[in-house]
Design a protein around this ligand. Structure first.
Ligand SMILES: [Zn+2]
Length: 408
């Protein structure tokens, strides 16, 4: 679509939908979604409900003829599952449905760093500004518009597999929304997750494992080492073993899908001891690992145990506790070549991998085939003055409609 900024803007602000299924304008939908606060935070006083966002999406889905189900994830936290299923005589059991999926929550914000009110959608120089516009409330009006236009243009009667829209809670913290979907047994779909991907389709990302290593020793006077067991010396032994592990995996575990083709290891934090004249009795290390596909948590637990099992002999009197603090699995989707090809054709770019984590591995575990394709840029996610260029909207609506056309 070639258009001047002015006509482009008018198209978004006015509601031109005169057909059977009616939605508010894209601008109005996004304005309401941005105004509906839904910050997720590990700090309980800052953690907000996502109910207001779910209510809005639920209403719009019902307006375009979708059946809706709201799943309670935790107190104040909900998922929305909205669906249109084909008529029984049109249903093709060999076709997988198309799912558009995204999270309803946003990260927190520092109001002073924003040039505008983060909850009041603004258009400045052909960009939308507001908290969550790119990560990722902006995807929902686009997905709804694509579904509504598809239904208006060809009706429901030609549909051969379900169209599903999923909106989850808590992606920015625990990913509990995506995990909770496993309770619903939703039939296998080909999925577009609208996380900011700058118009490229993503088929793989690394996983993240955050581990806390707690080393305990025995306190004593520094003048006589036999009176204690030094936790810092044991930590030194542990760090050495992890560095050997890191070096080994740089050559044994390589996947050139990724810019950094091997797993990475980062010690980001160390705490221990209180004075130089006391034998240190406790030392804690925090380790971040970025993992390649096919590295399940059980395998990593096993590696930690095997590689670090000699510490207690190396520094007698010490003990080690290994605590997994966070695990987001890696993911790679290669099972639906026809859909992969469709996405390559639509974006006119090869499928790519990325460094940020998403809900994709959870959907994949539940039998779906997820890809990431969203309008914004990750460079503006989790930042003040978050923005989304209006020029990204219409191309994505067209791409999502082409996905829907593949099942009708
Ligand atoms: Zn996101």
């Amino acid at each position: 679509m070639s258009s001047t900024p002015q006509t482009q803007l008018e198209a978004f602000v006015m509601n031109e939908h005169q057909s059977q299924y009616k939605l508010p304008s894209l601008h109005q939908m996004l304005q309401e979604l941005v105004a509906a606060r839904s910050v997720s935070s590990y700090t309980p006083s800052k953690d907000e409900s996502n109910k207001a966002v779910i209510d809005l999406l639920c209403e719009w889905c019902e307006n375009i003829g979708m059946t809706t189900h709201v799943q309670k994830v935790a107190e104040g936290k909900y998922n929305l599952i909205a669906q249109i299923v084909p008529n029984e005589n049109q249903f093709d059991p060999n076709l997988k449905g198309i799912m558009f999926a995204g999270h309803t929550d946003t990260v927190g914000y520092m109001e002073d760093d924003w040039n505008t009110d983060p909850f009041d959608l603004k258009i400045i120089n052909d960009e939308w500004f507001g908290l969550g516009v790119c990560d990722m409330k902006g995807f929902f009006p686009i997905a709804l518009q694509a579904i509504a236009e598809t239904l208006n243009e060809q009706g429901k009667d030609t549909l051969k597999a379900p169209i599903t829209l999923i909106a989850t809670s808590d992606e920015e913290t625990t990913m509990d929304g995506a995990r909770a979907l496993s309770k619903l047994n939703i039939k296998s779909h080909q999925v577009i997750i609208g996380e900011p991907s700058d118009g490229q389709a993503i088929y793989a990302h690394k996983g993240v494992l955050t581990t806390k290593l707690i080393i305990k020793g025995v306190r004593g006077h520094a003048s006589n080492p036999s009176l204690g067991a030094n936790a810092i010396e044991a930590a030194h032994w542990v760090i050495g073993k992890v560095m050997d592990w890191k070096k080994e995996w740089q050559t044994t575990h390589v996947n050139h899908t990724f810019k950094i083709p091997h797993p990475t290891f980062n010690f980001g934090c160390i705490h221990g001891g209180d004075n130089s004249n006391v034998i240190c009795d406790k030392c804690e290390l925090m380790l971040d690992m970025r993992l390649l596909p096919n590295m399940p948590q059980a395998m990593l637990d096993q590696e930690f145990k095997q590689r670090l099992q000699g510490m207690e002999e190396a520094v007698p009197g010490t003990s080690l506790e290994i605590i997994t603090q966070e695990f987001c699995p890696p993911y790679e989707e290669t099972q639906v070549p026809a859909f992969s090809k469709l996405l390559t054709d639509l974006t006119q770019q090869p499928l790519v991998s990325t460094n940020f984590v998403t809900e994709a591995p959870f959907l994949q575990e539940q039998g779906h085939h997820p890809f990431i394709l969203g309008p914004g840029s990750i460079d503006w996610a989790h930042k003040p003055n978050e923005r989304l260029a209006l020029s990204k909207i219409q191309p994505l609506i067209n791409q999502l409609k082409a996905c829907l056309k593949s099942i009708s």
